[in-house]
Structures are given as C-alpha cells and as structure tokens.
Design a binder for this molecule. Structure first.
Ligand SMILES: CC(C)(COP(=O)(O)OP(=O)(O)OC[C@H]1O[C@@H](n2cnc3c(N)ncnc32)[C@H](O)[C@@H]1OP(=O)(O)O)[C@@H](O)C(=O)NCCC(=O)NCCS
Length: 146
C-alpha cells in the first residue's frame, strides 16, 4: 500500500508499507520531496504508518535504509527503530531478528535493516505534525505489484 502526504494539493512525500505476515509490518520506501524536507512530512508519514500497523495488530515493524543515510536513519531512530543484527534472536522469541522473513524483503547491498516493536493495543492517535507544518494528510491507494 502507498500512503501519500499532501501539503495543500501537492504530493509532498510517500511511504510504501505492507504486512510480511499479519504480525509483522514492513516499510520499504519513504520519500519526501526536497522542497518539503525537514518540515515534519517524513515524521507524519512514518507516524501514520505506525499507527495503522498498530491498529491492525502488528507487533514488529521493519524498515530498510541505505547505510550512512543520516536523514533516513535519524528519522527511524527518532521513532524507536534500531539496527537489527544479523544473528539476533527472532521476533517470535522476543528479539528483532528477521532472518526467516528476509526473502520477503527488498533488501539490497548497502542497506541496513531497522526494526522496532509496537506496543499492543490500544492504538494511539496518529501523532500531529510539528507546529508550523503545513497541513499534512495521508491518503492511500493500492499499488500494483508485480
Ligand atoms: C529521509 C527523509 C524521508 C526524511 O524526511 P523529512 O520530511 O525531511 O523528515 P522530518 O522533517 O520529519 O524529520 C524528522 C527527523 O528525522 C531526522 N532527520 C531528517 N532529516 C535529517 C538530516 N538531513 N540529517 C539528520 N537527521 C535528519 C531528524 O531526527 C528529524 O528530526 P528534527 O527535525 O527534529 O531534528 C527525506 O530526507 C528523504 O526523502 N530522503 C531521500 C529518500 C530517502 O533516503 N528515503 C529513505 C530510505 S527508503
């Protein structure tokens, strides 16, 4: 599924999300147009995605980022994500390991896997954008998958 953030009528950014299994969410693309960066759009998209996952009973969320991409990693870390180590205990056993799910992820060389657990219900309200951020609303539409 794709979710877009609109500033007025302009598409300012988008995030792609899916469930790898019912309890595991995956964020595999997040992009904010250069003119809208550092204004809270990426945060709003990420908060919206996390809220949807939590509402739907997801307990673990993974995301990919390019190694050294400080903006992306900084954004995910600000929302409680941390780098997942390769040999980590599996998510079913209380860790964040994702080895069994990797074949379903789109990880390429030079990317790191980040993960976090979500609290179980009740789902919180989606976080508001920073004060001063132009109105951001997320709309969704299905994405064709090959
Ligand atoms: C990563 C990206 C989505 C961030 O979007 P954004 O709308 O600028 O992010 P926000 O304004 O919501 O920033 C939220 C937090 O992320 C971190 N962050 C964002 N940009 C950053 C930068 N250039 N350097 C370091 N940290 C940064 C900060 O912690 C920031 O909080 P702060 O502004 O209070 O310091 C955007 O830079 C982007 O689209 N980059 C190109 C595509 C990409 O790399 N996507 C991710 C991999 S799929």
């Amino acid at each position: 599924m794709a979710r877009g953030a609109f500033v007025g009528t302009t598409l300012a950014g988008m995030i792609l999300l899916e469930n790898l299994v019912p309890e595991v969410g995956y964020l595999y693309y997040l992009f904010v147009g250069t003119a809208h960066r550092r204004t809270g759009v990426g945060s709003a998209l990420l908060d919206d995605a996390l809220h949807r996952f939590q509402r739907d009973g997801v307990t673990v969320v993974y995301a990919v980022a390019e190694e050294g991409n400080e903006a992306s990693i900084g954004l995910f870390e600000s929302r409680g994500f941390r780098t997942v180590e390769r040999r980590e205990l599996g998510w079913k056993d209380g860790g964040l390991g994702a080895w069994g799910l990797r074949s379903r992820m789109r990880i390429i060389g030079g990317e790191v896997l980040l993960g976090r657990r979500l609290p179980t219900s009740p789902a919180p309200r989606a976080a508001r954008p920073k004060p001063g951020t132009p109105g951001v609303s997320a709309r969704s539409r299905p994405v064709a998958r090959g």
